[in-house]
Design a protein around this ligand. Structure first.
Ligand SMILES: *Cc1c(COP(=O)(O)O)cnc(C)c1O
Length: 378
């Protein structure tokens, strides 16, 4: 029997995964003693370091300390959680909202709460790992459909006779930066009497409508729609939220095991996220991010970027070594751009995953475009 030292057999290609013990200052990241411009953060609006957010968190920290001490259902609840839930529901256009510890916890709790072994789940092939795991945990019959393929999904639904059907999709896809056909998904949900779950972790706060993909398509608050968002990305914090109709969210308060059996987030975080919401609602930071996305795409004209209009701008290089080498050369040029390889993305589609932020300056973005041309010799 192996002991703990040789329990895992990790393929050589994956051994380079390390925690770089990096620290961040503004738009810079310090890795192994070197300061680089960070193009690998989901802090799309730079809010994690914003003065208003620091202050909001500090106020509550001063008054009541850090940990909440228990699950919300025991003694960990706080009026700040209820305020934030109401503000998020009103802003996003839903009847009700429930806070959860993180996006991962939201999804691995939500799908088992909504579906069981008598249900079926139809999932986009490129969904985030948290939705994949949530679907597995639910014990439902899971059918994956080709990425964004509404015809294939329709055919799957036609053959599905389960009592309860769920369609599950990312909003903005985390590795490709493209967007779900939200209108197509909701009309299939209506036609086939299914519930639609959209996880818009990367869309909320970043799209031209800062409320995210469902608002942009006019379907936010639809009674067949349940939406998941996270504070870990554009909100610059940590935690997540689920939005839906009042009865559905009430049901989740009784059934969401990852909320019931987990310590509530710090109240200081909830207060900081109220401050983040105020900043996001003002719209200036999102507008700045949108300008950066347009500038980057113009400056990269002719490079093999995927056709993404979002803050996630992947550049497909194919072989793992190509992506690793390009990433290493960008690092020499002072730019931090990670290489993303299988199994996170499909075989043969290793890529540079560039994320843009409102915190960048235009010169940073032009510098990256120049460096990409040099590294790729285009
Ligand atoms: C990042 C991400 C999550 C996980 O959210 P955390 O709050 O970081 O746990 C879930 N779903 C999607 C689509 C994501 O991109």
């Amino acid at each position: 029997m192996p002991d703990s030292r040789n329990w895992f057999s990790i393929p050589p290609a994956h051994r380079q995964r390390t925690f770089p013990a990096s620290s961040r200052h503004g738009v810079n990241i310090t890795c192994q003693g070197r300061s680089l411009i960070n193009f690998a953060t989901n802090d799309y609006l730079g809010l994690s370091q914003h003065a208003d957010i620091r202050q909001a968190a500090a106020e509550v920290l001063q008054q009541q300390g850090l940990g909440s001490g228990a699950s919300r259902l025991v003694s960990g609840d706080d009026p700040l959680f209820h305020q934030l839930e109401q503000q998020l529901a009103a802003w996003k256009g839903y009847e009700a909202c429930l806070l959860v510890g993180s996006g991962m916890l939201a999804n691995i709790g939500l799908l088992p709460a909504l579906a069981d072994r008598h249900s079926s789940i139809h999932a986009d092939r490129l969904n985030h790992a948290s939705l994949v795991d949530g679907a597995r945990l639910s014990g439902s019959k899971v059918r994956r459909f080709p990425h964004r393929d509404m015809t294939a999904l329709q055919q799957q639904l036609q053959r599905d006779h389960a009592h309860r059907k769920l369609i599950v999709s990312d909003g903005v896809f985390s590795m490709d930066g493209d967007q779900a056909d939200a209108a197509g998904l909701i009309s299939l949900a209506e036609h086939f009497d299914a519930l639609l779950i959209i996880d818009d972790a990367h869309g909320i706060g970043t799209l031209s409508d800062p409320r995210g993909l469902t608002a942009g398509h006019g379907i936010a608050g639809h009674e067949r729609l349940v939406e998941v968002g996270t504070f870990g990305k554009a909100f610059g914090g940590y935690g997540a939220f689920i939005l839906g109709t009042e009865p559905l969210i009430n049901g989740l308060r009784q059934r969401l095991r990852t909320m019931i059996y987990s310590t509530a987030m710090p109240a200081a975080m909830a207060h900081a996220m109220q401050a983040a919401l105020i900043l996001i609602r003002q719209g200036d930071l999102t507008a700045k991010l949108q300008r950066h996305i347009r500038l980057f795409r113009q400056a990269c004209d002719g490079l093999p970027l995927l056709p993404s209009q979002t803050a996630i701008q992947p550049l497909i290089l194919g072989r793992d070594e190509h992506a690793l080498e390009a990433s290493a050369r960008l690092r020499e040029a002072g730019l931090f751009v990670p290489a993303i390889r299988p199994p996170t993305v499909p075989e043969g589609t290793a890529r540079l995953r560039i994320t843009l932020s409102a915190a960048h300056q235009e010169t940073h973005i032009l510098q990256l475009a120049d460096a990409l041309r040099q590294v790729l010799c285009i």
